[in-house]
Write a protein of this length. Sequence first.
Length: 316
Amino acid sequence: MKDLDMTQLDALKQYTTVVADTGDFQSIHQYSPQDSTTNPSLILRAVQKAEYHSLLEKTVHENRSLSTEEIIDRLLVAFGCEILKVVPGRVSTEADARLSFDTEGSIRKGRELIALYKEAGIPAERVLIKIASTWEGIRAAEVLQKEGIRCNMTLMFAMPQAVASAEAGVQLISPFVGRIYDWYKKQTGQEYTGADDPGVQSVKRIYNYYRKFGYPTEVMGASFRNTSQITELAGCDLLTISPQLLQALSDSNDAIEPKLSPALAQQDPVEQVSYTESAFRLAVNNDAMATEKLAEGIRAFCADTVKLEQMVEVLR
């Protein structure tokens, strides 16, 4: 019997670990998420608010002798540390998106960010380093994982990215639901809801593949446009959700049923595959949606990182 006092958010937490997708750490107390994720765009949005601009000013003031790149790293970690005062689990901090095609650069950045967290008293297991799901990014994550630095593969739009990430032994992946939905809606002019949503279908395929073949990598659906995309993925390992949609779930008492499970995954007829570098690049290239959204996402994160740097330069 349905508990009329239980919100959708409470119901979702019975099946899925809820993660807050924001740099606005003051807004997430009321939703009690387990983890939180950030990216350059979210941090940029946060520091433009009066309540967070002081954190930017403080970080710049205390690190004036350092390079702009080093100050940005310390800003990201400062936000991460504040978030970890709110959530009991982990925070995801993004490596510079301009390193998306630089394996060695991504490895270096991952090490540097973890070192800064350790200086702040945060153990490595409470941090996920976010890296774009390019071939180079996945190779960087493979190295970092072996060093005990856990990674979150972001900007994921296609099965080859998911397969290569699992084979690299990454901790977690973030397949993007809303951006896939956006692309198909623009291409076809159609609205998609529930199980028909191509973004939802993508995450379900990845989840089923991982659970059928025993990969331990966590699947965290990301980039949601509406609550129906979220409820359709109940049972996924984790879902990272914006404060606006967390509020919408809190305001609803509609029932939620699990749609994903390891048992259901065993019924999926999918066959196991593997990708060499050339096969990976060709497969992603042949997926117009994945190619366009990956490139677009990297460009946007790069642009917002530059804007953050400009804000730092003004305050130096």
